[in-house]
Design a protein. Structure first.
Ligand SMILES: [Zn+2]
Length: 281
């Protein structure tokens, strides 16, 4: 009796072990297959645009996610350089499309949304030390408010190689606004920056990454040349310039590994063709 029970028990265990083994094998095959496929298939052509907000150690609880600590940010910049990346601005990319700029072999665009004051105090010196460039997208009604960049800082940043773009006047998701309001947000933010002595504004970042099929045309009408989304992927000369792919870089939980994984995510999304915006030929 005891023996039977024991046999019954051990056979149950062996069945479970077999099932677990089978599952593990399946998982290994899947992961292995994906890795092999990525290694074998040609690497998709294109370059990443990275989405940042703040570079600072301390941040209020509701903004913590958006703040990359200084040491980790330095590590990310140094990693990009060690991998042979060269930073370009969006304007340079748009010039390259018209044959008026030669893109480096391995480009990357660094972008910063909202216009926080650490972009001047912390980010700018770190970029200059490394000979790197970036694009900063301003919410024009926040300029000069506590915690945000001032007009003087913006004029100085521009002189020192930063491209300034618009992130609207009020940071409302444009898809929720009436047509006239949308137009105002695009037009007035651009004009305000230009009236305050900044260069012509050509690039744009959608608040909350929210866009619809009418917004690219509205941006074109308002004389913008490029706009970035929050859809991860790589960009090339065929990417819709008003729906550029951009991969988010929030405060890392797993150090530089997470950063490498996010770069890989951009490549993977392009490989899989998920939310990729190729312009109609
Ligand atoms: Zn924003």
């Amino acid at each position: 009796m005891n023996l039977d029970r024991k046999q019954g028990g051990s056979s149950w265990i062996s069945k479970a072990a077999k099932a677990a083994g089978g599952l593990l094998l399946l998982l290994c095959l899947l992961v292995g297959g994906l890795a092999l496929w990525c290694a074998m298939a040609p690497k998709p052509e294109g370059f990443p645009i990275l989405e940042y907000h703040m570079v600072r150690d301390e941040a209020p609880e509701d903004a913590r996610e958006y703040a990359v600590p200084v040491e980790e940010f330095k590590e990310q910049l140094d990693y990009l350089q060690s991998e042979g990346y060269t930073t370009v601005t969006l304007l340079e990319y748009m010039k390259a499309k018209k044959g008026k700029f030669t893109m480096p072999e391995k480009p990357v665009v660094l972008t910063f949304d909202d216009g926080y004051d650490d972009n001047y105090q912390t980010l700018l010196p770190l970029l200059e030390e490394r000979g790197m460039k970036a694009v900063v997208f301003m919410v024009t009604n926040d300029i000069g408010r506590p915690g945000y960049l001032t007009w003087d800082q913006l004029r100085d940043m521009e002189k020192r190689g930063i491209e300034l773009g618009s992130h609207t006047a009020n940071h409302q998701p444009l898809t929720t606004l009436e047509p006239q309001m949308r137009d105002d947000e695009l037009r007035l933010s651009k004009l305000l920056m230009e009236w305050n002595g900044l260069k012509t504004v050509f690039s744009f970042s959608y608040p909350n990454g929210a866009y619809d099929e009418e917004l690219p045309e509205l941006l074109r009408k308002n004389e913008y040349l490029a706009a970035v989304t929050g859809d991860a992927g790589l960009n090339n000369m065929q990417t819709d310039p008003y729906l550029l792919q951009r991969v988010n870089i929030p405060r890392p939980r797993f150090g530089l590994w997470e950063f490498k994984l996010r770069l890989w995510k951009a490549e993977l999304m392009t490989r899989l063709g998920i939310m990729q915006h190729r312009a109609a030929e």
